[in-house]
Write a protein that binds this ligand. Structure first.
Ligand code: UGA
Length: 443
């Protein structure tokens, strides 16, 4: 199918807006990205990319001729066939999604004398499309179409996920709008799910909830494995090969974080509660995840005794590898708990930094983080950690306790390098420590 070039205005130059804009430009469309932050727009105009997302820089550079950036609504809307809403919907104190930025975009839309389609890319509660439709109708903008086109891109693989998605979901009130949004994606080979608007909104929330449920499920299996002597990595392999279950999202660890799962789980929980339904399973998923982030502290206490006066090195701050995003990162919770226990905390990450880490040393190398430390916790499975010289690092540590919060390293190799190694949901070294003590242990 060849692409008919359309003009797309994207509101919001965050992860979702920039990835959507760059990918639609790559499909041949003319794209204007609009944001309220002048510095961000200036930087984008200079060719600087404000977020770390593999492949995005190249895509923006390659399509520079079809991409422009502005702070002006009128400039973005000028000639546009589509208005994509890709603004943040953070949680409010009540846990509901905060739609203030969405409403600002909708209310700022000038009336136009042609059919344009407002496309909701931001993650919103079910029922939002209906409300937007009423608001537009109340302004007499019946000719402005509306479609829900949720995103399923994950940070770190967002460009690939957009260009080679498992499916494209489009929910619309009017078939013409659904047709237009589907046609905009010509060139992408993927099944298309067309639905009503409410169902498209629910597909997004339910997909994330299903993924989170799998993570909390495998984390609970891991915890039972620890208590019973089974190995969760083998268990995940054994159940994942069942085609009805599948392999993905069965990695046990220190819990999920990020800008989506924690926020979307609360939003769906509140959406259900506001409608009079108590979503028991989702509540359990959230609670299991909160406890999971803290379990590492218990493991350290078992091995080190009191943590007061100990030094703990956290490796990884980003909520997952290949991103500098620290939103709801398990490392932040862990660091906070360790500080509260009286430990000195150092944290290394190859790219992520956080202004929320008060009282924690954020260092540039793994070596700086672990030197003199009593324990090291692998929090984010950065690829460079697989190649680190763990033997040499061990020699610089005061004690060799290693908690591998992602079951990322080879337990036998780590034990051979002198660590008292423990993963998540797998056989751990006896508490006395099987490894030969390093000289520093004999203090
Ligand atoms: C997630 C979804 O995967 C995307 O499909 C969705 O579009 C996106 O949220 C969103 O709603 O915008 P993302 O948060 O970028 O994407 O990252 P994931 O790869 O899903 O990881 C989320 C968290 O789960 C990470 O902290 C990761 O370490 C953890 N995780 C993931 C596990 O602990 N175990 C697993 O097996 C998989």
């Amino acid at each position: 199918m060849s692409t008919e070039q359309r003009k797309v205005a994207i509101f919001g130059a965050g992860y979702v807006g920039l990835v959507t804009g760059a990918c639609l430009a790559d499909l041949g469309h003319d794209v204007v990205v609009r944001d309220v932050l002048p510095d961000r727009i200036e930087a984008l105009r200079r060719g600087e990319v404000p977020i770390h997302e593999p492949g995005l820089d190249e895509l923006l550079a390659r399509n520079a001729g079809r991409l422009s950036f502005t702070t002006e609504v009128a400039e973005a809307i000028d000639g546009a066939d589509f208005v994509y809403v890709a603004v943040g919907t953070p949680p409010t104190y009540s846990g509901d999604a905060d739609l203030a930025s969405v409403w600002t975009v909708i209310d700022e839309l000038p009336d136009v004398d042609r059919r344009i389609v407002v496309v909701m890319k931001s993650t919103v509660p079910v029922g939002t499309g209906e409300k937007v439709r009423h608001r537009l109708d109340a302004r007499g903008m019946h000719h402005v179409g509306y479609a829900s086109n949720p995103e399923f891109t994950a940070e770190g693989t967002a460009v690939r996920d957009f260009m080679r998605p498992d499916r494209i979901v489009v929910g619309a009130f009017d078939e013409r709008d659904a047709d237009a949004v589907v046609a905009l994606h010509a060139g992408i080979d993927a099944p298309v799910v067309r639905s009503d608007v409410a169902s498209a909104e629910m597909i997004k929330l339910a997909a994330n909830a299903a993924l989170m449920t799998r993570i909390s499920f495998i984390n609970e299996i891991a915890n039972v494995c620890e208590a019973t002597g089974a190995d969760v990595v083998k268990v995940a392999e054994g159940i994942g090969l069942d085609r009805r279950i599948g392999k993905s999202f069965l990695k046990a660890g220190v819990g999920f974080g990020g800008s989506c799962f924690p926020k979307d789980s609360l939003a769906l929980k509140q959406l259900a509660a506001n409608s009079g339904y108590h979503f028991q399973l989702l509540n359990a998923v959230i609670e299991v995840n909160e406890l999971q982030k803290r379990r590492v502290v218990g493991k350290l206490r078992e091995r080190l005794g009191t943590l007061r006066g100990t030094t703990v090195a956290l490796l990884g701050l980003a909520f997952k590898p290949n991103t500098d995003d620290t939103r709801e990162a398990p490392a932040l919770v862990l660091a906070g708990r360790l500080l509260a226990e009286g430990a000195d905390v150092r944290i290394w990450d190859p790219i992520a930094r956080s202004s929320e880490l008060h009282g924690v040393d954020q260092v540039d190398t793994v070596g700086e983080a672990v030197a003199g430390a009593d324990a090291v916790v692998l929090v984010t499975e950065w690829p460079e950690l697989a190649d680190a010289d763990w033997g040499a690092l061990r020699a610089t540590m005061a004690r060799g306790v290693m908690i591998d919060g992602r079951n990322f390293l080879d337990p036998d190799a780590l034990r051979a390098a002198g660590y008292e190694y423990e993963g998540i949901g797998r056989a751990a070294d006896p508490l006395s420590g099987r490894a030969e003590p390093a000289p520093a242990d004999r203090r």
